[in-house]
Design a protein around this ligand. Structure first.
Ligand SMILES: Nc1ncnc2c1ncn2[C@@H]1O[C@H](COP(=O)(O)OP(=O)(O)OP(=O)(O)O)[C@@H](O)[C@H]1O
Ligand SMILES: [Mg+2]
Length: 393
């Protein structure tokens, strides 16, 4: 008799699951080992026991307490991403581990590696979540250990939430690196003004640089404050009538003086004139992140182009740079803490773009990257006054 339920739909890990009676028998066999059960419950963090098909047989108390109450009673047979409400888990009928993007997931990676090597495997994993528990993101460290008991094999999966660690790294980078650099620049300019006797032209230029650098310092602090508030759902949206061309021009001008803009050009193509009701500060933050990424991916002397279309309902802004983003990188864009740029505390740019655009500005962000088009990020932002009007009607 075939004891497995076969769903062949997968773009990565096997989608096969055990039939309920076989699953229950496996769970009972594990529960019979009271020492193993006691050790699972004694683990200080969230942990679970999986079978070869990556299905949960048992979750410890710490894990059950973090789950959506509706799932806590029916964990058996689910996969880790389904328990944690990873957005990928509901994309294909096979569930967690079966999408193309799952090939980059540290949790599936650790479990598969552990099963094939029969050794402990640890990987970091970033997931975006959605479901009854709300939209969010988690940075996890996943440890998978092989556990043979009699004729059965199990995988013990311990999950450490390292979101706090990652957030601290972002704050440290901003405050100890970026902001310190800006303040050192401000200090140098102030010293020049105080000690030298500059002619009128030099003095004017030093004052302009002082104004620019102090705006950058304020911008760097505000960006952190907004991100922290946005993640906690505590960010207030301040809707105003925004002159689109003026807002885009001012973000571009800020970046011309930023280190990432040095030696590169930003070209404004077809930026339509007009106004839109939205939050100028949040939209500015989204644009800055997109522009910074495009500039960072552009070689010295290269050009980033920006265009903006405006109709009665929406603003569409496109940011283009040459070059193609490799496929494994494309699969992880928008995930918190994912970065190819090295160093701790990076990987919040595209994540903030998605969070601010979709959750606060009620818009949409997409990207395309291929040989024909290069790399193009597109945001569509609705007029929030019209959205409110429609909702009230
Ligand atoms: N326009 C782009 N062109 C090429 N690669 C890009 C582009 N935008 C994003 N990426 C890739 O996506 C990764 C994630 O981008 P993201 O903005 O989230 O983080 P980051 O730029 O690495 O760090 P941070 O924004 O926190 O300084 C980048 O490291 C880069 O590899
Ligand atoms: Mg970035």
């Amino acid at each position: 008799m075939n004891t497995r339920l076969t769903v062949n739909d997968t773009a990565f890990a096997s989608a096969t699951r055990l039939e309920p009676d076989r699953l229950q028998a496996q769970r009972d066999a594990f529960l019979a080992d009271t020492t193993a059960v006691a050790l699972l419950e004694a683990m200080p963090g969230a942990a679970m026991i999986l079978n070869r098909h990556r299905q949960v047989l048992l979750a410890n108390q710490q894990l059950r307490e973090t789950l959506d109450p509706a799932d806590a009673d029916r964990v058996v047979g689910m996969r880790p991403g389904e328990l944690l409400q990873c957005v990928r888990a509901s994309e294909r009928p096979g569930g967690c581990g079966t999408t193309h993007a799952c090939s980059q997931c540290g949790a599936v990676g650790a479990i598969l590696e552990c099963l094939s090597t029969r050794k402990r495997s640890t990987h970091e994993c970033r997931i975006r979540t959605s479901g009854r528990m709300g939209v969010g993101a988690m940075d996890l460290r996943v440890h998978a250990s092989w556990l043979p008991i009699r004729d059965q094999e199990y995988v013990v999966v311990a999950v450490e939430d390292i979101s706090g660690e990652k957030r601290r790294a972002v704050l440290e980078r901003t405050f100890f690196h970026d902001l310190l650099n800006t303040c050192a620049g401000l200090q140098g300019l102030a010293e020049m003004l105080a000690s030298e006797q500059p002619d009128l032209e030099t003095e004017t230029s030093l004052k302009q640089d002082l104004t620019r650098l102090s705006s950058l310092a304020v911008e760097q602090i505000q960006s952190q404050r907004q991100l922290l508030a946005a993640e906690q759902g505590a960010l207030g949206v301040q809707v105003g009538r925004v002159d689109v061309a003026e807002l885009i021009a001012s973000q571009v001008s800020l970046l011309r003086h930023h280190p990432v803009g040095q030696g590169r050009h930003v070209e404004l193509e077809n930026v339509r004139k007009g106004t839109l009701h939205t939050d100028p500060s949040l939209l500015g933050r989204v644009l800055t992140n997109l522009l910074k990424n495009a500039l960072e991916a552009t070689p010295d002397g290269g050009t980033v182009s920006v265009s903006a279309e405006l109709d009665s309902d929406d603003l569409t802004v496109s940011v283009h740079n040459e070059g193609v983003i490799p496929q494994p990188v494309q699969l992880q864009i928008f995930q918190r803490s994912f970065s190819t740029k090295g160093g701790e505390g990076r990987g919040v740019g595209t994540y903030s773009v998605k969070l601010l655009t979709e959750r606060y500005l009620k818009g949409d962000v997409q990207f395309v990257s291929n040989d024909r088009l290069g790399t193009l990020f597109v945001i569509v932002i609705p007029d929030l006054a019209r959205v409110e009007h429609r909702l009230a009607a």
